[in-house]
Ligand binder design. Structure first.
Ligand code: NAD
Length: 369
């Protein structure tokens, strides 16, 4: 059987720096765990604009559609701030998400014990935390029609956005959440505002339908999204998988992310419908941007990008054991005190560089054999 394929799009700023460390990790799995991938690499964002005058060429888009998974670094930077909106680096990213129809955005909030002091919450509230927010990404109030700003007869203006969800849009993201739960703690909490919104009533009914008909083995609960926000900061460990719509998910996932501390630690995945080989369309990327303030200085933390590859192992390549091995290696290096500059607390200390962090993670992987 052919090796699974990955398209690497390092992008701009620290993107190529952190991706270089991911390549080391991918190489390690090939050499030591017989997990080989067909890797290709291409340009996205400002790098693609510089070379081709567009943040994503049609050829790169076609490649992204044909591979088993896309791994992306970050896009953007001050050099591109004044470009026309249509060719801004972010357009490349949005085109990938849209044309691959990546409707389920997975944002884990995982707190490594060694970093529990970084959270704004008490240590015992976040230590050992491991939750997953599944946000619907391609519908809801960010896309619903009618939308716009118009004039009213009395001289006022009105701004309108429409919260709109169809049966299929709800069912498919619910399925993603249930599938994930089966690979984790087997619990899904669905969040909406069924008390005040019809779209929330439909959301609750359809998630319940999917549960009863397809995933009765998974534990399902429902929560109003405002209570969900409160519970996330009160006792986040009560959750395993949270599934919610685009707007609530935008807010709740940022809230959950900050439970864990640094931006340099946060991975994400965006998944679409299964392809012919059963794997979902998928793009994996760190949550952080291109960090122009530290680009080229060896200061970037590669862990968010490496954890994004761990997500690819788990969710695209069905290899949860090796994903856990990689996450454990990261846990070990952090427990041993390895810190890039962003992970130094107020007490300071001497940071290691991006490549040194990659190297100690490889050494911890070696030690795991
Ligand atoms: P940013 O995430 O790039 O940086 C915010 C802060 O976090 C900076 O101080 C940065 O140094 C730090 N930081 C981020 N990642 C880090 C890492 N891995 N290790 C250590 N420190 C890290 O956000 P920003 O400064 O608002 O945006 C910079 C550029 O990135 C902009 O052009 C923006 O549009 C773009 N951006 C891209 C994405 C993406 O590609 N997905 C996401 C957000 C922002």
């Amino acid at each position: 059987m052919a090796n699974p394929s990955i398209l690497i799009l390092p992008g701009d700023g620290i993107g190529p720096e952190v991706m270089a460390e991911v390549r080391k990790v991918i190489g390690w799995f090939g050499k030591n765990r017989d997990l080989n991938f067909d890797l290709s690499e291409d340009l996205v964002g400002g790098a693609a604009y510089d070379a081709h005058g567009t943040p994503l060429t049609d050829a790169t888009m076609a490649k992204a559609q044909s591979v088993d998974a896309v791994l992306l670094g970050a896009v953007g930077g001050p050099a591109y701030d004044d470009l026309d909106f249509s060719v801004k680096p972010e357009r490349g990213l949005l085109r990938l998400r849209k044309e691959m129809d990546l409707f389920a955005n997975l944002r884990p909030a995982q707190c490594f014990d060694a970093l529990a002091d970084f959270s704004s919450l008490k240590k015992d509230v976040v230590s050992g935390l491991d939750i997953m927010i599944v946000r619907e990404l391609t519908s809801g109030s960010y896309f619903g029609e009618p939308r716009g700003i118009s004039d009213l007869p009395d001289g006022q203006r009105v701004g309108i956005n429409t919260q709109r969800y169809t049966t299929n849009e709800i069912r498919r993201v619910a399925r993603s959440a249930f599938e994930l739960a089966r690979k984790r703690g087997n619990k899904v909490c669905s969040m909406e505002k069924a008390n005040v919104m019809e779209s929330g009533i439909l959301w609750r009914e359809e998630v319940t339908w999917v549960h009863q008909n397809e995933y009765p083995d998974v534990e399902l609960s429902h929560m109003y999204a405002d209570n969900g926000a409160m519970q996330l900061v009160r006792w986040p460990k009560q959750f395993d998988v949270i599934v919610t719509d685009n707007l609530f998910g935008d807010i709740l996932s940022d809230c959950a992310a900050m439970l864990t501390g640094s931006l340099g630690m946060l991975p994400s995945a965006s998944l679409g419908v299964p392809m012919e080989n059963g794997r979902p369309k998928a793009m994996y990327e760190p949550v952080h941007g291109s960090a122009p303030d530290i680009t080229g200085q060896g200061k970037a933390n590669p862990i968010a990008c490496i954890l994004s590859f761990a997500m690819a192992l788990r969710y695209s390549f069905d290899n949860g054991d090796e994903a856990t091995r990689l996450e454990n290696a990261i846990e070990t290096v952090l427990a041993n005190g390895a810190r890039t500059a962003d992970l130094l607390g107020p007490e300071g200390g001497s940071p290691i560089s991006t490549t040194e962090m990659g190297d100690v993670i490889i050494a911890a992987l070696d030690a795991s054999l």
